[in-house]
Design a protein around this ligand. Structure first.
Ligand SMILES: NC(=O)c1ccc[n+]([C@@H]2O[C@H](COP(=O)([O-])OP(=O)(O)OC[C@H]3O[C@@H](n4cnc5c(N)ncnc54)[C@H](O)[C@@H]3O)[C@@H](O)[C@H]2O)c1
Length: 319
């Protein structure tokens, strides 16, 4: 099979890893990296044996797919440009900076897929590819109550969006995927600390058909923590995204009454971004490759927007 020709748009903190993986994959040829910063673009191009371009328009005729890892505020413009040229796209999360930009992307996708139904559009919700999360999903674990925590020191980037769209969106997407049901109601509180947007947020979601989750996201914490705990019917799961560890306890009937029994879960540790991109390349080449759809990513944005509204309301009480 011929190699998928790809370009990476935006090779900053995360995009450099997109370039590394595209350069190393047996499925792809990294045709170019695109970045308005010549110094950064040339540095990454040289490191991964490819060329640099200042604009996507220059490279579009020579590629089949575009990996977009530019700042979130540019996602819709770059995505629409790539789709209009008929290219497969994987967009970093969040899909877009706002619901209206997300809708513009979905509209462009509908048009592009009308012309080519095989066109692949994926989103970089990489926690779905975390081996610990995949193990949890394989168990068919259905949560009734979940608690997600995702906190880190201030990153000094992604300052054009709040912690909800930047960080909490990972857990919102995951919760929607695990529950398989829409969110029914949202309560949330949050405050800006170092930016003009909310930097620290706690939200409580309830799902259609039952079940609740509390989600905490902060980019002003002293230490990093990315964890998820959930109670299902007669089962408890505790997951650490960073170490890719998953602990499952089941409540079973023992000889002398109920017993809590640990379940051994096989996890083969791997890099989530690599798994996510390989799944995208596989899908682009027409083989079965499970990717996160733009409609799923838009749904996570819709919940994020409800959290934003609840936070804005909570802030009124501070004034
Ligand atoms: N999936 C994840 O876990 C994860 C983690 C980090 C970042 N991200 C996402 O990746 C994206 C980039 O984040 P980052 O932290 O790497 O940002 P960054 O600021 O480190 O890098 C962005 C790069 O894009 C370049 N750029 C700016 N405008 C551009 C344009 N119009 N076209 C192409 N490139 C352009 C910049 O010069 C820079 O090199 C964001 O959408 C962010 O939400 C996702």
């Amino acid at each position: 099979m011929s190699k998928l020709r790809v370009a990476v748009s935006g090779v900053g903190s995360l995009g450099q890893h997109h370039a590394r993986i595209a350069a190393a994959s047996e499925r792809t040829e990294l045709v170019a990296v695109v970045d308005p910063s010549e110094a950064r673009g040339r540095e990454i191009a040289e490191k991964f044996g490819t060329s640099w371009a200042a604009t996507l328009a220059e490279v579009l005729p020579s590629v089949d797919a575009v990996q977009i890892a530019a700042p979130t505020g540019f996602h819709h413009l770059i995505g629409i440009e790539a789709l209009a040229a008929g290219k497969h796209v994987i967009m970093e999360k969040p899909l877009a900076a706002s619901l209206s930009e997300g809708e513009a992307l979905l509209k462009a996708l509908r048009l592009a897929q009308a012309a080519n139904p095989k066109l692949v559009a994926a989103v970089g919700h990489l926690e779905r590819f975390n081996p610990a999360v995949q193990a949890l999903r394989r168990l068919g674990f259905k949560p009734r109550f979940a608690e997600a925590t995702r906190v880190s020191p201030f990153p000094m980037r992604s300052m054009e969006v709040d912690v909800i769209m930047d960080v909490m969106i990972h857990d919102l997407d995951l919760l929607l995927a695990l529950w398989g049901k829409p969110v029914m109601s949202v309560e949330a509180v949050g405050v800006p600390v170092l930016t003009k947007y909310a930097d620290l947020v706690n939200a409580r979601l309830s799902f259609e058909g039952g079940g609740f989750a509390t989600v905490t996201a902060s980019r002003v914490a002293r230490k990093k923590e990315r964890t998820f705990r959930a109670f299902g019917e007669n089962a408890y799961a505790s997951l650490d995204f960073a170490t890719q560890k998953l602990e499952v306890l089941r409540l079973v009937a023992g000889a002398d009454g109920p017993e809590v029994v640990p379940e051994v879960v096989d996890i083969v540790q791997d890099e989530p971004l690599k798994l996510e991109l390989e799944a995208f390349y596989t899908a682009c080449q027409g083989e079965a490759g499970e990717t996160v759809s733009w409609s799923d990513a838009f749904e996570a944005m819709r919940v994020a927007e409800q959290v934003q509204r609840a936070v804005a309301k909570s802030l009124e009480s501070l004034q």
